[in-house]
Design a protein around this ligand. Structure first.
Ligand code: GLV
Ligand code: MG
Length: 298
């Protein structure tokens, strides 16, 4: 399983010590994770471990074993069920001690809190600004359980709620907190592994809102999620053209204008900012332009 993960077209992977590992298997899993990280072969992917939540007896030993054993080969720790910024502060202080003791660079390992309950959502702005936080991750399954939502299928609308999207508030709250704190917003898992259409529908919502990525649980989910979180080709081309046209029109050669026309569309500084978002995502995904804009000849 770990070997298969090395070859997948993903930006980040995480090795789990939490819900996917049975209580009696935690100690062995820690050692296997240290081995998998130190062996390497992860090819530039962000390397993460999800430790157990702080309401268990396992977290401190997870952190000590993994960071002492493989701290130099680890980029972030995913901390589940974060319901207060104190959880993140505990991890920050613990990491700092281990980094000092092991001669590792202090502060290099980032923290990704999972927002998985009502308290975490209420405290989200302080959590997003806590030390070392690089991303907020939505944990939809635990979150649905925490608010007593009447659905067993992650991301599907609870029967009886027919006035909109039952997940909109949570997703948008997480996204806004992440953007305000300048950290990433990551959507969590879709559990029906064989249902790629369902994944596209549910993941399409967080992608459309502006989330930076989504977990995959299985290789069969990778292509759909990469596609959802990359701009469509026409949008990418359009965004790059807005940037080029705006740069030219605002330059001396283009008349130093503040607003200009691109075809039938008026573009201005706000258009440039929107275009930068789409172009940035397309460039990060390695997209190439089909139909580059060129300045008018006269
Ligand atoms: C992930 O951890 C989830 O609870 O959805
Ligand atoms: Mg969870």
């Amino acid at each position: 399983m770990i070997d298969k993960a090395r070859g997948l077209a993903v930006d980040q992977f995480f090795l789990d010590l939490e819900d996917a590992v049975a209580p009696l298997a935690k100690a062995e899993a820690r050692e296997r994770i240290v081995g998998a990280l130190t062996e390497g072969g992860w090819d530039g992917k962000v390397r993460s471990v999800r430790v157990n939540a702080l309401d268990t007896e396992w977290t401190y030993r997870d952190v000590v074993t993994v960071v002492e054993g493989a701290g130099a080969d680890l980029d972030t720790i995913i901390l589940p069920k974060v319901s207060t910024p104190d959880h993140v502060r505990w991890l920050d202080l613990t990491l700092t001690q281990i980094e000092r003791a092991m001669g590792l660079e202090v502060g290099r390992i980032g923290i990704e809190p999972q927002i998985e309950d009502a308290r975490g959502l209420v405290e989200i702005d302080a959590i997003a600004r806590a030390p070392r936080v690089e991303a907020l991750i939505y944990g939809p399954a635990d979150f649905m359980a925490s608010v007593n939502m009447r659905s067993l299928v992650v991301g599907h609308q609870p029967p009886g709620y027919d006035v909109g999207d039952a997940y909109h508030y949570t997703l948008f709250r997480i996204l806004t907190a992440a953007r305000a704190a300048d950290v990433q917003a990551i959507d969590g898992p879709y559990l029906q592994i064989k249902d790629v259409d369902g994944l596209r529908e549910v993941g399409g919502r967080s992608a459309a809102l502006g989330f930076d990525g989504k977990w995959v649980l299985h290789p069969a989910q990778v292509d759909a999620v990469n596609e959802l979180f990359s701009p469509r080709q026409a949008d990418y081309d359009h965004a790059e053209n807005i940037l080029d046209a705006y740069e030219w029109h605002t330059s001396a050669a283009g008349g130093a204008r503040g607003a200009a026309m691109l075809g039938d569309e008026m573009i201005d500084e706000a258009s440039r900012k929107m275009a930068l978002v789409i172009a940035g995502k397309g460039r990060a995904a390695g997209m190439t332009r089909n139909d580059p804009w060129t300045p008018p000849e006269n």
